[in-house]
Design a protein around this ligand. Structure first.
Ligand code: ADP
Ligand code: ZN
Length: 513
């Protein structure tokens, strides 16, 4: 493996998880890989493709990405090709023949073409593995759903013995489980590499008016002279409006949204990539597949609809590893609008839950990076020191006893209680559900009587964000203790909670932002 890595890719060693992932695939097992952009996902299927008989089929949603990959592989002396709508009949026929004759190691293919080829081309060729790039596109719960992707679930039915590797840089727990289900992955191993991006600073500004937002952005641009940045807005109109505002202030600025027509969009993107414009004001349509390493800052002019989208978008800053800034503007107005969108959507519950988590991030009193990492099931061991909360710490106290009471109640209910029920138990409320399940007989029943219900809600939110428990969304939102939580429960670690100050909880209060 190392030899092939060196010969074809010129690297001396594997990055974390690459070796394990490759071995799993070579053992004909399915896997789901979560790795941040730039983490090195491609090698995880390219190397097994080289070490296996037959051709590896790689499903990829973007023609431009496919082209880049194929060119890079060919430059390394690897036989690769791409089958998609951009190539002509002759080319496509040649490629088909090469596949059937076993002359290609990797075939990149769009999901539409894949569905067409399943019965003819694939039956006649020897396939080593299927790799599904940007696998979150298969899930309606992911943030970039593509209907064409849903059909690729048939691969496992048609080719049950060929291993599948699904790869993505963005999938929270819900999306992950959906990918596994829809792809029919068989006992997949799930590989999650660290999502931490310590070079990105995090900050939230609450309830800024337009003037204050513009001023903040202009200061940001001043701090990073002649360096690029992206401003994400909720609406198309907003992108144009902000771009105009910044242009009026002498900033070289473009806008980008899905309503513009392909040519203008490409122009804006090219101008940005080639540093002809400094700032792009964009809707979420901008960025996928953009590999610009020196974006120094990302601003969210409006609240994003989920932490997944947010994380993906701030992740476009600082790819070169150098310090970069991110700022999120958060207002009640946005929250209301996004709530309405979520309520009107098909997946109402899930979209609301995602929005709630985004809101919790924006309102957090604890290290924001901890929240991001815990959202992706990673637990941070300490505060980051590079977010606005860490830089202006809230007042804290040793809340170990409070946390232990709650965690103990979680454990004593066999982790079968949701948040509301748990608070009832802690407060010693004789509700019908509590009585029915016999929870009034638990040792922790009433153990937290002295703490008001809404303070419990606050502490539980802090505990969730500190990674002491998780919410099982597919199990009626029951609370499940984590390893971090167990450490506090057994007194191996202290739990520092933020002191609740009621008047500061109000979103309309600008203090502390
Ligand atoms: P992703 O698909 O996860 O965004 P890529 O597969 O494009 O990431 O890899 C990102 C960069 O890291 C590429 O330039 C790639 O060549 C490089 N890379 C991948 N694996 C290694 C490794 N083991 N050692 C050094 N560089 C690597
Ligand atoms: Zn922090």
């Amino acid at each position: 493996m190392i030899q092939t890595l060196k010969t074809y890719f010129g690297y001396d060693s594997f990055r974390p998880l690459q070796k394990e992932i490759i071995e799993n695939l070579l053992n004909h097992k399915d896997s789901l890989v979560l790795m941040p952009t730039g983490g090195g996902k491609s090698i995880c299927y390219q190397l097994p493709a080289l070490l296996s008989e037959g051709t590896a089929v790689v499903v990829s949603p973007l023609i431009s990405l496919m082209k880049d990959q194929v060119e890079a592989l060919r430059a390394n002396g690897i036989a690769a090709g791409a089958l998609n709508s951009s190539i002509d009949e002759t080319e496509s026929a040649n490629l088909r023949r090469a596949c059937i004759e076993g002359k290609l190691k990797l075939l990149y293919i769009s999901p539409e073409k894949l569905i067409n080829e399943v019965d003819y081309l694939f039956r006649d060729m020897s396939i080593s593995l299927f790799a599904i790039d940007e696998a979150h596109c298969i899930s309606q719960w992911g943030h970039d759903f593509r209907p064409e992707y849903t059909q690729i679930g048939i691969l496992k039915e048609k080719f049950p013995d060929i291993p599948v590797i699904a790869l993505t840089a963005t999938a929270d727990k819900i999306t992950r489980e959906d990918i596994i289900r829809q792809m029919h992955l068989q006992n997949p191993r799930i590989f999650i590499s660290s999502f931490d991006r310590p070079n990105l600073s995090l900050a939230v500004k609450k309830n800024y008016k337009k003037k204050e937002k513009i001023k903040t952005i202009l200061e940001l641009i001043d701090r990073h002279p002649e360096q690029s940045g992206i401003i994400y807005c909720l609406s198309r109109k907003k992108t144009e409006e902000i771009a105009e505002e910044l242009s009026d202030n002498g900033i070289n600025c473009a806008y980008y949204h899905a309503g513009m027509g392909a040519e203008k969009r490409n122009q804006a993107q090219e101008d940005f990539i080639n540093d002809r414009v400094q700032v792009v004001c964009a809707t979420i349509a901008f960025g996928m597949g953009i590999d610009k390493s020196n974006v120094r800052w990302v601003v969210h002019y409006n609240l994003p609809k989920s932490i997944e989208s947010f994380y993906q978008e701030i992740g476009r800053a600082g790819r070169d590893g150098l310090p970069s800034e991110t700022i999120l503007f958060y207002s009640l107005e946005d929250l209301i609008l996004l709530t309405k969108f979520a309520m009107d959507s098909k997946q109402q519950d899930i979209n609301m839950e995602k929005l709630n988590r985004m809101q919790q991030y924006a309102e957090a009193d604890i290290c924001r990076r901890r929240i991001l990492l815990s959202y992706f099931s990673e637990t941070a061991k300490c505060d980051c020191g590079n977010c606005d909360v860490c830089r202006n710490p809230r007042e804290r106290f040793d809340g170990s006893v409070i946390v232990q009471k709650a965690l103990s109640a979680i454990v004593r209910t066999d982790q079968q209680a949701g948040q509301g029920m748990l608070i009832d138990i802690l407060r010693g409320m004789y509700t019908p559900e509590v009585m029915n399940r016999g929870y009034d007989k638990l040792k922790t029943f009433g153990a937290g009587r002295e703490i008001p219900s809404r303070d419990w809600q606050d502490y539980l939110l802090q505990m969730l964000q500190l990674g002491y428990f998780e919410i099982a969304y597919n199990e009626k939102n029951h609370l499940k203790i984590t390893e971090n939580g167990t450490n506090v429960l057994f007194g191996r670690e202290k739990a520092m909670l933020v002191t609740i100050k009621r008047e500061e909880k109000n979103i309309s209060n600008r203090k502390g932002s």
